[in-house]
Write a protein of this length. Structure first.
Length: 458
């Protein structure tokens, strides 16, 4: 079952040059080795896809539905492979994780499911967009956060039509970033009281300095909600100390959220949210349902998403997805028999409410985006963005796609945001653009709520 969202009060977003992390650099570094493996494999592989990874959130348990990292890591590896290809003798399937969910019983978690992946027809990321091809090989793997959450180890494997996993093609360890924590479904809260230096001009901090407090607090949340025993001081409770109070409603009754879990809504329930800014600063809030932003159904990193903008004391009711500048659609809950259809669209994102709050301010004019001239940074930015689908017209060749991917990072978009145009939350529902500057540039509050566990999910 699923619920759907729509924005209502204030929205804003900043689109800076894409922030790549150590994981993206390691994907780029290992892509040539993976391509060499594919080229040497017999029989010849002409179409290769990357499927969602199993994710260990640091508790030793591998899950197909840990959060956005399952599919997101596969998508980023897809881009890394496209950029590393020397020619078009190998076709990289576009968003194979999502495409494979449309094949009954197909998954990368077990041998029979892997065999069924080859029953589908797929689309290569360049060339004729109408051309469907069979897959010759799939890549997948395991991504495991260390128990202290400071690093993530990724193992990449392949499988053919027999569904048997190969020996690891490569294995590497990367530093944990804020994005990795978010994508793995972790929650944390950073406050001026708990981390004063972070709120005193964090723009000069590098990614490692920004990630450390988030990692530390995520570990506290993990141990305080059923993880390993810890003698650490308890983390600040999000419900009472978070700058944004998040209330989930089924019909007009608030539901209890306990240890990051909410009850499953019924087929006739009306699901909606209330966001309240109880701090003394402006906040931009990204609210996602099933991996999609409630503003314009974006599937981007939180830092790049449009955000609900709440001034101190503001409240916003989010009753569905804002589809454009003038309209929204209510959330709906689908009956159990349509779960398979929903899973084919949302994949590993199904069943998750995701809230990321950024502290910042509204400004009249944004600083012009700085072009990314360094080719290495362009490539890392493209990998971090994690999509080969970057325009309405599919590139006709591999070279054209590679150029488009680098070009998008070379000319980044500036900051943009949206403010609610009608606090009554009617349909149609107009909104208007504003400019929001986040400082620090990471979420100060990250809140993950699991409301539904799909069938067969580990």
């Amino acid at each position: 079952m699923r619920a759907m969202l729509v924005p209502l009060a204030v929205l804003a977003v900043v689109l800076p040059a894409r922030s790549a992390d150590d994981l993206d650099a390691k994907l780029r570094e290992n892509a040539p080795q993976i391509i060499d493996y594919i080229q040497k494999r017999q029989p010849k592989c002409e179409s290769v896809g990357v499927l969602g990874f199993l994710v260990d959130r640091g508790d030793g348990k591998r899950s197909t539905h840990a959060g956005e990292l399952n599919a997101g890591l596969a998508n980023r590896l897809e881009v890394a492979l496209v950029l590393a290809l020397p020619d078009d003798s190998i076709g990289i399937i576009q968003q194979a994780t999502e495409a494979a969910t449309k094949v009954p019983g197909a998954n990368a978690a077990n041998e029979k499911g892997r065999q069924r992946c080859f029953r589908g027809e797929y689309k290569v990321a360049w060339g004729d967009p109408q051309r469907q091809v069979p897959a010759d090989l799939f890549l997948t793997g395991v991504a495991a956060l260390s128990p202290d959450l400071k690093t993530i180890t990724v193992r990449i494997q392949a499988f053919g039509k027999d569904g048997k996993l190969s020996e690891p093609i490569c294995e590497f360890t990367a530093k944990t970033s804020v994005r990795t924590l978010a994508d793995a479904g972790h929650s944390y809260l950073l406050t001026p009281k708990s981390h004063p230096k972070l709120f005193e001009g964090a723009r000069g901090f590098d990614e490692d300095q920004l990630a450390k407090p988030a990692v530390d607090v995520s570990k506290l949340f993990q141990t305080s909600t059923g993880g390993a025993a810890s003698n650490d001081v308890a983390p600040p409770p999000i419900d009472t100390e978070g700058p944004i109070r998040v209330t989930v409603y089924y019909n007009d009754k608030p539901v209890e959220v306990k240890n990051g879990k909410a009850p499953e809504p019924g087929a006739n329930d009306k699901v909606w949210f209330e966001l309240e800014n109880r701090s003394d600063a402006v906040h931009g809030v990204v609210l996602k349902v099933n991996g999609e932003n409630t503003l314009f159904r974006e599937r981007l990193d939180d830092r790049e998403c449009y955000k609900w903008i709440l001034k101190p004391g503001d409240k916003v009711q989010v009753r569905g997805f804002q589809t454009n500048a003038n309209e929204r659609g209510d959330f709906t809950v689908v009956p159990p028999e349509t779960e398979a259809a929903e899973a084919s669209h949302y994949g590993a994102f199904l069943g998750l409410f995701h809230i990321a709050a950024f502290r910042g301010k509204l400004v009249d004019k944004d600083d012009p985006p700085q072009p990314v001239e360094n080719p290495d940074k362009q490539m890392l930015g493209a990998i971090a963005r994690g999509t080969t689908a970057i325009g309405r017209i599919q590139p006709g060749s591999l070279a054209a796609l590679q150029s488009d991917l680098r070009g998008r990072e070379k000319n980044p978009e500036g900051a943009k945001g949206i403010v609610d145009g009608d606090s009554g939350n009617p349909k149609p529902h107009p909104v208007e653009k504003v400019i929001f500057k986040a400082d620090p540039p990471i979420p100060v509050m990250l809140y993950q709520i699991r409301y539904f566990q799909p069938k067969g999910a580990k």
